[in-house]
Design a protein around this ligand. Structure first.
Ligand code: ASP
Length: 351
């Protein structure tokens, strides 16, 4: 069959058009990265914050965003970006993770952390560790260098030391502010246990008295290859009992990532997040009930969590780059950065 010159030109133009469109799409996928972080939810009230303290928190959040952004901008992995962002917050004494972790009832710092790769759904976590400078690096080592998912206590510390994590004296984690927090929590908890239910609730309703124990750091990211990852690290809840483990290192509760849906890192009253299997519930609602990220996270944080009596929030990014940062506490340290340079850090809520 013979084609006229006109037909040949039309065909070539068509091929060129289809090629250019596919290139444009690849470029937009390639450029579409997002990093979201949190530095814990709780009673964070503007009236109780000084301008200096507020600036210090915002600086800390921006430094964490920048650490992850540097990696994502160069086409690096979501997994490396979330680990880097979390490490910066672990090193910052303002946040309840690594240096600045809260104290247990016995006056110790026992930390939990987790990391998950949405592309392989490999995960690693550590619980109740006291000597690893950056717990998230220990979680990463468990994921990358062992056949296990979760390691706890002395064994996890031994494994972290053998796999290149920096080990410090437990005294490294001490901060004056957290120590004062423990003294306040001990006092409140002992008063609470002597009150009847209603009086205890009244006491808890006073600003700072209900979720005075919270804090945690976390990061979620979508990288330029379309892979998702999540990481969470925490000192847990102030005045927690020896050996208590929160939701952060429990895969599916405080931390989860799957390329099929989203990446999530939670913060709040861990016991409720474990019982709600929070992060995986959000993912399941998206995958099985076809909900959007906003619908699924909203249902869990604004309805199911308070209905059970819990507080907290989460950060999430889905595989298209949509983000959600819902919380039902007064505030949540949070921030995000996108490939197009759009960035923000926030502290308070509107209630
Ligand atoms: N979820 C953490 C825990 O229960 C604490 C927090 O996020 O503030 O250990």
């Amino acid at each position: 069959m013979k084609y006229t010159i006109g037909q040949k030109v039309t065909f070539l133009v068509l091929v060129l058009f289809v090629y250019m469109r596919s290139q444009a799409q690849t470029t937009s996928t390639r450029n579409n990265y997002v990093l979201v972080i949190h530095g814990g939810a709780g009673t964070i009230l503007k009236e109780q914050m000084t301008p200096q303290k507020e600036a210090a928190y915002k600086k800390g959040l921006n430094e964490a965003l920048e650490a992850g952004n540097k990696i994502l901008k160069q086409g690096g992995n979501a997994l490396d970006a979330v680990e880097a962002a979390v490490k910066v917050m672990e090193d910052n004494p303002l946040f309840n993770a690594g240096k600045g972790a809260v104290f247990t009832n016995e006056g110790k710092n026992e930390m939990d952390a987790a990391i998950m790769d949405g592309s392989t759904r490999k995960a690693g976590s550590v619980a109740g560790i006291t000597t690893v400078k950056n717990p998230v690096t220990a979680a990463r080592a468990v994921m990358d260098k062992s056949e296990h998912v979760m390691m706890a206590g002395k064994g996890a510390e031994k494994f972290a030391a053998a796999n290149g994590c920096t080990i410090v004296d437990p005294a490294y984690f001490f901060t004056e502010d957290r120590w004062k927090g423990l003294l306040k929590a001990r006092q409140l908890d002992s008063v609470k246990s002597r009150l009847d239910h209603d009086s205890a609730n009244t006491l808890l309703k006073q600003p700072g008295n209900r979720d005075y124990k919270y804090g945690t750091v976390g990061a979620v990211a979508l990288d330029t290859k379309g892979n998702l990852a999540a990481a969470t690290s925490t000192g847990g809840m102030t005045n927690k009992k020896y050996g208590r483990i929160g939701d952060a290192p429990v895969i599916g509760a405080g931390t989860y990532a799957s390329n099929a849906t989203c990446a999530i890192s939670c913060t709040g009253w861990g016991e409720y997040f474990i019982r709600l299997v929070m992060a995986k519930s959000v993912s399941d609602r998206m995958e099985l009930a076809n909900e959007t990220l906003q619908q699924a996270t909203g249902e869990m944080i604004y309805k199911q969590l308070p209905a059970m009596g819990g507080d907290g929030g989460l950060i999430a990014v889905d595989n298209k780059g949509n983000i959600a940062m819902p919380f039902n506490t007064k505030g949540m340290y949070r921030g995000y950065i996108k490939a197009n340079g759009e960035t923000a850090v926030e502290i308070y809520g509107d209630k």
